[in-house]
Write a protein that binds this ligand. Structure first.
Ligand SMILES: [Zn+2]
Length: 466
């Protein structure tokens, strides 16, 4: 059997499995959210108990050796807490909870990086440096506390308030020694396996009545970050996860309107999706193109502006590309996943051939995108770069990562918030995608069989291939 023949057989197997995956997906009706006007939770009626629990504003306090993070809660929920190292964190897992206030939106703009910036304008309190909260997976919320010093969890509970007016989530931490902390953290890795998220992607649209094998190319758009991982955070409480989600939705709508593609988003709500899961979504759906969308930030470079297109390379093209890849690859750590990189086992010659071919297509897409985007987007001085982005590691899906601008640059920020600019920029991106598929011709990059969803998983997350 020729190489193409082998690839063809793999494609058929892949399509059959992705059809089953897609058919198995069910749309989820959004549960009603209960909103609180004030930080304090009121006494709730019986009817409200079916709704998503609400957490009020987080409060950090210190009592001697103990540091407490507390939230008023509309109802009692189950709590699981554990510690992780590199960087030192406490992870608190909850069922889906609606957080009434976002600590990220209450702090000055800074590049988001765990263990560096602090959510508390006055710096650390006790052992707590900063914390964040948000949706970690469908039906699961999470609080991640960055620690200033090694700590042990002395209590993590929801208890009745003293006045019996509602409930309170209490996470109580005590200073501990580094050796004890490291031991606790290694035990935690076992807990992580139970808490790993799997978020079904949106069903691709535009192919409902056609057999998948004959259908239109599948474009997977990947809005970066989400949920507990807000990404970069700019002036006026602008969060990268929101800016890029709007851009991805607009581009998806445009591509669907054209009717030439099936379009899949790796997330269709404000939820965290691990980097490896984004790759897995694209591969298992049989994507023909993967475009990850992000926005950059520089703490000391307000003069730097414009969009940049990144592709995958083993060595970074330059220092900026290395910095951006390092920042974007922190996403899982930021959301409280173990920071150890998972390595897959496919390393044979077929894999190398497929990867090399795919990288050529990715480079071609990057060239095309740069060419079209310059009409309506200001491009960075050096708009095409490459580095080792986790999210671009699919060996058989042409992939690129578009940083649509800098949250640290005033002009870029104004543009990124403008719906008119978004319409124009996504129109250019859609034309680039058209041109890519037209110029690509009937040939397509080799498809590799996807890893078994059960095989080789660590922490419940599909493996990232080398
Ligand atoms: Zn990003």
């Amino acid at each position: 059997m020729s190489f193409r023949g082998m690839i063809g057989a793999a494609v058929l197997a892949l399509l059959a499995s992705s059809a089953a995956t897609i058919a198995a997906e069910q749309s989820r009706s959004a549960p009603k959210k209960l909103t609180l006007a004030a930080a304090d939770a009121p006494v709730l009626s019986e009817a409200a108990k079916d709704m998503i629990p609400v957490a009020g504003r987080g409060q950090i306090s210190q009592f001697g050796e103990l540091t407490r993070l507390t939230f008023d809660m509309s109802q009692s929920v189950a709590v699981t807490a554990f510690v992780l190292t590199d960087p030192k964190r406490v992870i608190v897992d909850l069922p889906e909870v609606s957080f009434a206030s976002d600590p990220l939106k209450e702090r000055p703009a800074s590049p988001a990086k765990p263990g560096q910036s602090t959510a508390q304008p006055n710096g650390k309190t006790g052992v707590i440096l900063t914390y964040r909260s948000g949706l970690f997976a469908q039906g699961k919320s999470r609080i991640v506390i960055d620690l200033a010093e090694p700590a042990r969890i002395s209590r993590a509970v929801v208890e009745k308030k003293d006045d019996h007016q509602g409930f309170r989530l209490v996470v109580e931490l005590a200073l501990t020694d580094p050796a004890t902390f490291a031991k606790e953290a290694s035990l935690s890795q076992q807990s992580m396996a139970k808490a790993a998220p799997t978020t079904p992607a949106q069903k691709p649209s535009g192919s409902e009545s056609k057999p998948l094998a004959e259908s239109k190319p599948l474009v997977v758009l990947d809005p970066g970050h989400g949920g507990i991982d807000a990404g970069a955070h700019g002036a006026d409480s602008i969060l990268e996860k929101d800016i890029v989600f709007e851009f991805a939705k607009t581009l998806a709508a445009r591509l669907r309107q054209e009717g030439k593609y099936r379009v899949l988003l790796t997330r269709n709500q404000d939820v965290f999706v691990p980097l490896a899961e984004r790759v897995r979504i694209a591969r298992s759906a049989g994507a023909d193109l993967f475009l990850s969308i992000h926005a950059d930030i520089l703490s000391d470079g307000s003069g730097v502006s414009g969009a940049t297109i990144y592709t995958m390379s083993d060595r970074a093209s330059d220092a900026q590309a290395a910095r951006v890849a390092e920042k974007e690859n922190m996403s899982d750590t930021f959301a409280g996943l173990d920071s150890k990189e998972e390595r897959g086992g496919i390393n044979d010659i077929l894999f190398d051939l497929a990867r090399r071919e795919t990288r050529r297509y990715s480079q071609h897409f990057s060239n095309t995108l740069a060419d079209y985007l310059k009409d309506h987007m200001r491009l960075n001085k050096n708009p095409q770069r490459s580095a080792g982005f986790q999210v671009l590691k699919a060996p058989d899906v042409p992939s690129a990562l578009l940083e649509i601008g800098y949250l640290s640059n005033d002009k870029d920020l104004v543009q990124m918030r403008s719906s008119q600019w978004r319409e124009q920029a996504t129109a250019s991106a859609a034309r680039a995608i058209d041109s890519f598929f037209t110029s690509r011709g009937p040939a397509e990059p080799a498809k590799m069989p996807t890893a078994s969803p059960k095989g080789g998983q660590a922490n419940g997350v599909a493996p990232v291939l080398q």
